[in-house]
Design a protein around this ligand. Structure first.
Ligand SMILES: NC(=O)c1ccc[n+]([C@@H]2O[C@H](COP(=O)([O-])OP(=O)(O)OC[C@H]3O[C@@H](n4cnc5c(N)ncnc54)[C@H](OP(=O)(O)O)[C@@H]3O)[C@@H](O)[C@H]2O)c1
Length: 345
């Protein structure tokens, strides 16, 4: 007899992230989707009749005929994966956590709260200790969050460097996919054959979230990392996969070989557990590319290439990650898996 799966709900089930959550949770060994919920516009209707399904595989059989519910605290599940629009995620996620649910959120609303962990398990799993502070604040459940989709690509590629050599300054320029704006997202006339040099609030998110993620948990709070970071964010006509160009100055000087070794050692640390590369480095300077590489490691690998000297800071490289998988739904699922492993869910 197999183990009993944990009942899971998907909030924002009709959106880009919600659909990816439903696709990735299909036949998951730990979680079973028992509830799906979205706005009042969708509630009461049958999923397959309502959703504009964008995933390559069919809607999972157990979900297609399921009724979409409202995001209210009467859902029959223990954990809620949230892909809610940030306009409404703040209030709904708080209500759900107060009513005893474990909320694993993709939305920005709670990421920077003092008592909410902002997690990439391969980097800062110790930040889960912040959950205790939420419990002291009279919540029956709790909220954990994963970072903004570009921040995840930056952090996973830069953390080995930070860990080994420290950082003084970081400059990052993003080329972000259209699917990062949700569905229907950016109007086609704005993006076809074009580049849009502004994504509201994105630069601030990358600059602040990175310092929290690289921060240290001490005495019940996170002491943020203190290097300088500047982000420039652009929307480009790519369907999936955020590409970033990163320049950085380290505290301790490092050679190219030492930096490449830091990627390699870091990757090896996790590869043995999951069989999936956290970081894959390409020797070919024309890689990574979204079409070729966003799906590496089932969308969970951050691809890095083209490490070279920078004439302003010390070094520069290109990185790429799948925004709705590693940058959102996949990130939330590994957070929830970690909670189960630690007995927190
Ligand atoms: N797309 C990405 O790559 C990505 C990456 C990382 C993080 N995120 C974050 O993840 C969240 C979801 O993003 P997305 O791209 O999936 O957005 P999306 O495609 O616009 O989907 C938004 C979802 O929120 C629901 N919703 C809207 N208003 C609601 C309300 N008043 N009450 C309840 N549900 C409501 C929508 O349901 P209806 O269909 O019923 O309106 C839909 O299911 C956002 O906070 C976003 O910033 C996105």
């Amino acid at each position: 007899m197999g183990i009993e799966k944990i009942k899971a709900g998907v909030l924002g089930c009709t959106g880009a992230v919600g659909q990816k959550l439903i696709a990735l949770l299909d036949k998951h060994p730990l979680f079973e989707v028992t509830e799906i919920a979205a706005s009042e516009r969708s509630a009461g209707s049958i999923y397959e009749n309502t959703v504009n399904w964008l995933e390559p595989n069919d809607i999972p059989g157990n979900i297609a005929g399921m009724k979409i519910k409202n995001c209210s605290p009467d859902l029959d599940c223990k954990v809620l994966f949230s892909g809610l629009d940030s306009k409404v995620a703040g209030e709904i996620e708080s209500t759900m956590a107060e009513n005893g649910y474990v909320v694993v959120s993709n939305s920005r609303n709670h990421r920077m709260f003092d008592d909410v962990p902002l997690i990439i398990p391969e980097i800062n799993a110790e930040h889960y200790k912040l959950i205790d502070a939420q419990k002291q604040n009279n919540r029956k459940g709790f909220i954990v969050t994963n970072p903004n989709c570009s921040t995840i690509v930056l952090c996973l590629s830069l953390y080995p460097v930070y860990k080994s050599f420290g950082l003084k300054k970081v400059m990052v320029t993003t080329m972000q996919a259209i699917s990062g704006a949700g569905y229907p997202g950016v109007p086609s006339l704005d993006i076809l054959g074009n580049v849009v040099p502004h994504i509201p609030d994105e630069e601030a998110k990358m600059e602040t979230e990175t310092l929290k993620i690289f921060g240290k948990y001490e005495n019940g709070k996170i002491n943020f990392a203190d290097f300088k970071i500047s982000a420039m964010c652009n929307r480009v006509p790519v369907r999936d996969g955020h590409t970033i160009s990163v320049s950085f100055e380290t505290e301790k000087k490092a050679t190219a070989d030492q930096i490449l070794n830091s990627f390699d050692e870091y990757n090896t640390e996790f590869l043995k557990d999951t069989g999936i590369d956290v970081i894959r480095y390409f020797e070919n300077p024309f890689r990574p590319q979204p079409i070729l590489d966003a799906g590496k490691g089932n969308g969970m690998t951050v691809s890095v290439g083209n490490l070279r000297e920078c004439r302003v800071l010390d070094w520069k490289y290109t990185a790429l990650g799948h925004n709705t998988i590693r940058g959102a739904a996949g990130a939330a699922i590994i957070n929830a898996e970690y909670l189960v492993k630690e007995g927190l869910l």
